[in-house]
Design a protein around this ligand. Structure first.
Ligand SMILES: Cc1cc2nc3c(=O)[nH]c(=O)nc-3n(C[C@H](O)[C@H](O)[C@H](O)COP(=O)(O)OP(=O)(O)OC[C@H]3O[C@@H](n4cnc5c(N)ncnc54)[C@H](O)[C@@H]3O)c2cc1C
Length: 442
């Protein structure tokens, strides 16, 4: 193909990983480290060029009541802390701590339950008084805060550096990583993976792992694999430097104000989880969208931004350095799509990370690699198995509506979320065929 430098393409690989974001590099790293050196990773553009390059880098173990997610978060944090010693490439991991604040009774109850579950799994969670929150993050307004939940060992990473460290580790352990080389299609014969087509020829292979991020659905569809994920706008704002800000402050998160806050470049980053989101490019993600940004919708976001900034009032007076919007993939139930697709044998998937791909990426790479090598994962994947969803959930109409609905529930306090979910379930009538089981038995 014109524009692509000639390269020697292996004629065969045991595994071809498609996608060089944090997830694909993590899968390749774990396969190669475990001895499956005959692994080739294909990246359409350059490593991190999809979503990973612009992630905020929160590395947080607090917050889940899933044993699988909690264990994978812990594993990821430990891995990112250790990768530099193994590879020589820094990950930017800074254990500055993390505080989740509750400013209503629903969230207080929820975070106390989460804390108990997290402690059971070895995470050190401290419940803080409002004054203690203020002492650790002095710019926060705490007059309406009921409590904070503090994990001293959590913090932040640099997502590009983590990915580069995983890529370097994968290469050091023997994997081959090829950039500027898109996978055009997957060769399927008699219901099983046989190879991957690239502009420079076909690589025969035994296993494919689709880690193509927000492109994974389009790629899967070419092989008849239904991957119901949808990109949506995702925002953060970065202020000009502020003399009052310390680099050592913990990351602060307040779902009640739709925001999270951390130091960035001497100023503050205000990250947003708005309760009414905007799906992006429902008709299809452009093939050439690399290191891309979406023009921010100031009008839509202004009320959410205003509320987020009210938790740290000085951010309203600070100069705005950047209001960033980038796409992230979301799934209908906000759980990732992991495992062997029921439609095609040896077609594995790790995509749809729902805005926590950095803090779980090390773990999902390990679990997926284990599944490929041993025929089963090393964690309980009941809630995340790709075969739980149905093909109708990949239609444009469903993705457009469900992404808005699902993301609205992301930051609601537990009792409200449960009530809203029940109401929705009662109101909704499943479309024809919705109850058809998708799992294909061998
Ligand atoms: C604003 C923002 C802030 C975020 N902050 C955080 C955070 O603080 N913590 C956190 O945990 N997560 C965060 N996330 C989420 C996180 O960035 C993602 O979950 C994660 O980067 C997803 O990684 P991925 O590897 O699945 O996808 P990607 O990084 O998009 O990687 C997929 C790769 O596949 C390649 N590709 C696509 N098609 C093909 C093909 N046909 N052939 C070859 N290659 C292909 C693409 O070029 C791309 O490089 C944030 C996201 C956004 C948008």
């Amino acid at each position: 193909m014109l524009g692509l430098p000639a390269m020697t393409l292996p004629s065969h690989a045991r595994v071809v990983v498609i996608g060089g974001g944090i997830i694909g590099t993590s899968v390749a790293y774990h396969l190669a480290k475990a001895g499956w050196k005959d692994t080739v990773l294909l990246e359409r553009d350059r490593l991190t060029s999809g979503t990973t390059w612009h992630a905020a880098g929160l590395m947080v173990t607090f917050g889940s009541t899933s044993q699988t997610s909690t264990e994978l978060r812990k594993y990821s944090r430990d891995l990112y802390a250790a990768l530099e010693a193994e590879t020589g490439q820094a990950t930017g991991f800074k254990p500055v701590g993390f505080i989740e604040v509750a400013s209503d009774e629903g969230r207080l109850e929820e975070y106390r339950r989460v804390s108990a579950f997290n402690r059971l799994h070895g995470i050190e969670v401290h419940e803080l008084s409002p004054a203690e929150v203020k002492a650790r993050f002095p710019l926060a307004r705490v007059d309406d805060v009921l409590a904070g939940f503090y994990v001293p060992q959590d913090g932040r990473v640099n997502p590009v550096d983590v990915t580069m460290a995983l890529a370097k580790g994968a290469r050091l352990h023997g994997a081959t990583l090829l950039e500027n080389l898109p996978a055009l299609d997957v060769v399927v014969k008699q219901g099983a993976v046989k190879g991957v087509v690239t502009p420079q020829g076909t690589i025969g292979c035994d296993v494919v792992v689709n880690c193509a991020g927000m492109w994974a659905r389009q790629l899967g569809a070419k092989s008849g694999v239904a991957l119901p994920l949808q990109a949506a706008e995702h925002y953060y704002l970065i202020t000009e430097p502020l003399a009052e800000v310390s680099r050592d402050w913990p990351v602060l998160e307040d779902p009640g104000c739709y925001g999270y806050y951390r130091e960035e470049g001497g100023g503050l980053m205000v990250g947003l989880f708005e309760p009414r989101c905007a799906p992006w490019k429902v008709e299809g993600i452009p093939e050439d969208f690399s290191f891309g940004e979406i023009s921010p919708d100031w009008e839509r976001m202004a009320p959410f931004l205003e509320r987020a900034m009210s938790r740290v009032p000085l951010t309203r007076e600070a100069g705005i350095k950047k209001f960033f919007c980038g796409p992230e993939s979301f799934t209908p139930d906000l759980k990732p799509l992991i495992g062997e697709a029921p439609e095609v044998k040896n077609y594995f998937v790790a995509a749809g990370l729902n805005s926590i791909g950095i803090l779980t990426g090390g773990g999902w790479g390990r679990a997926l690699a284990h599944w490929v090598m041993h025929g089963q994962p090393d964690v309980d994947v009941t809630g995340v198995h790709v075969d739980r969803l149905q093909p109708y959930q990949a239609t444009a109409a469903y993705r457009r509506a469900r992404t808005v609905e699902a993301l609205a529930g992301l930051r609601l306090p537990l009792p409200v979320e449960v009530a809203a979910h029940r109401a929705r379930r009662e109101a909704l009538c499943p479309p024809p065929g919705a109850r058809r089981r998708r799992r294909v038995l061998p």
